[in-house]
Design a protein around this ligand. Structure first.
Ligand code: ZN
Length: 471
């Protein structure tokens, strides 16, 4: 080989490396970066040996993008459906920048007999300016109800405890401020949170138990108390956290580069390999439809007393459903990794932004029993965009909420896709996901995403998901 050829080859190789770098960069960084000033959270849970309670400490470094004279945290375990099942979250002590702070806890939808309310307000000694760092430390106690069909609970029989959104959640929305909507007695989520950097999640539990967390596992160490182990996790950007602790069977499988961990209580003899197969099928179909999986790790737990499924960023609690119902459930909950996990929304103000879209993606990839748009009576083609505070006031709130926000919303999105053309619609959805990654989306963002697809906008307006034209 001549020197010139060698130089030519070296240049060619360098170009290939450059191009490949760009390729793999595009593959691993398909979304815009998270908010640089996002809250920085470290969170610790110390789980009791009987799996019925935990103590915790949360440190948040918050950098507001608007001036504020207070901090607001939401204690969602005290919302009606979880509080009535015996769960509670009580904050005992708060410090702000090293000084003890007086926190005001108010019910905001919590039942009268709940040990604490859903809203914690902490007035600041001095108002904070945009860009200022505020360090808040909250000590809290968590009590878990027995055999709960919800996101927080414990099972003495099966030796498993699961707790999602079970810490004071900073209720800030960029450009908006504090979210104070009351909790309502309807089966559904109401929380909103910006993504935060989870520098450390540490779960201390008796060493005989396994622990499933959120983010990436970062090792274990011996706990301060004899017979305990500290399990560490970390995540660059998540908007919520869930943990499972117990006598678990766990299956780990890498699916197209994603580390999938599936667990269930040992006594339940759950077919973990069947669940993992279903996850593989759903993940492949959803990635094709929506774009890359937003999380490197998926922590999935089959919870014995749950009847459906509950989504968290990079994690899901699944109900122990009939095998025939598994495929649509898995597809629905995994679709939430894009709609709610990556593209956040205020689940109290705009629940359709995650539930209608997740059901839509589920129907396209795994089917389900949602009626076709044409079979939905004209009178029911409305209310998709209503907030959670609307639903307690209608007949049969839980059914009405589900039938409308999940089913009418999803059927409308399918109809919108058909009217606008599948290719154009799918491309617009993928662009909506990319553009709103790591943010809290609003119906206006959907409107913008479908701006070139007036047929799609017309269907969404018809069902009340978007403001009427001209408003
Ligand atoms: Zn859902």
């Amino acid at each position: 080989m001549s020197p010139r050829a060698r130089i030519g080859l070296a240049v060619l190789l360098a170009l290939v490396v450059l191009v490949c770098d760009a390729c793999s960069g595009a593959k691993t960084q398909p979304f815009p970066s998270p908010w640089a000033d996002r809250p920085v959270v470290s969170l610790g849970f110390d789980v009791a040996a009987d799996l019925h309670s935990a103590t915790g400490q949360e440190t948040v470094v918050f950098t507001p993008d608007q001036a504020t004279c207070e901090l607001v945290f939401r204690n969602w375990p005290n919302k009606p459906t979880t509080a009535r099942a015996g769960n509670s979250l009580v904050v005992d002590q708060v410090t702000v920048d090293g000084q003890e702070a007086a926190a005001q806890n108010s019910a905001d939808g919590a039942p009268d007999d709940a040990p604490a309310g859903t809203l914690l307000r902490i007035p600041l000694a001095t108002c904070a300016q945009p860009g200022q760092h505020i360090t808040v430390v909250l000590d809290f106690r968590l009590t878990l109800g027995e055999d709960v069909d919800e996101r927080i609970g414990t099972s003495s029989t099966d030796q498993i405890a699961w707790f999602g959104t079970a810490f004071p959640l900073l209720a800030w929305e960029r450009g908006q401020g504090w979210q104070r909507d009351p909790a309502v007695p309807v089966n559904g989520e109401m929380a909103v949170s910006e993504d935060f950097r989870l520098t450390s999640l540490e779960v201390t539990a008796p060493s005989k138990f396994q622990v499933m967390g959120t983010g990436t596992a970062a090792g274990t160490r011996r706990g301060a108390d004899a017979g305990t182990t500290v399990h560490q996790f970390t995540a660059s950007a998540v908007r919520d956290v869930t943990v499972t602790v117990g006598q678990l069977d766990v299956t780990d499988r890498t699916i197209d580069g994603v580390n999938v961990h599936v667990a269930a209580a040992q006594g339940t003899e759950t077919d973990l390999s069947a669940w993992t197969d279903e996850v593989a099928v759903a993940q492949k179909a959803l990635v094709k439809l929506l774009g890359p999986m937003p999380y490197q790790d998926l922590w999935l737990t089959v919870v014995p007393s749950q009847s459906s499924g509950i989504e968290f960023p990079g994690a899901v609690q699944f109900g122990a459903v009939d095998p025939n119902a598994r495929a649509p459930l898995v597809a629905h909950e995994l679709a939430h990794m894009w709609f709610y996990g990556l593209v956040g929304n205020d689940q109290g103000r705009d629940p359709w932004l995650d539930e209608s879209f997740a059901t839509y993606a589920q129907l396209l990839t795994a089917g389900g029993d949602t009626p076709a748009f044409g079979d939905i009576p004209q009178a029911d083609r409305r209310d998709v965009g209503k907030p959670m505070t609307y639903w307690p006031h209608v007949r049969h709130p839980n059914t009405a909420y589900y039938d409308t926000v999940y089913n009418v919303g999803a059927a409308a999105l399918l109809q919108a896709r058909q009217s606008a053309g599948a290719d154009a619609f799918d491309a617009a959805v993928r662009e909506y996901v990319r553009r709103n990654a790591y943010a809290v989306a609003t119906p206006k963002d959907v409107e913008a995403a479908f701006a070139d697809l007036p047929q799609a906008l017309a269907v969404l307006r018809e069902v009340g998901a978007l403001p009427s034209a001209g408003r």
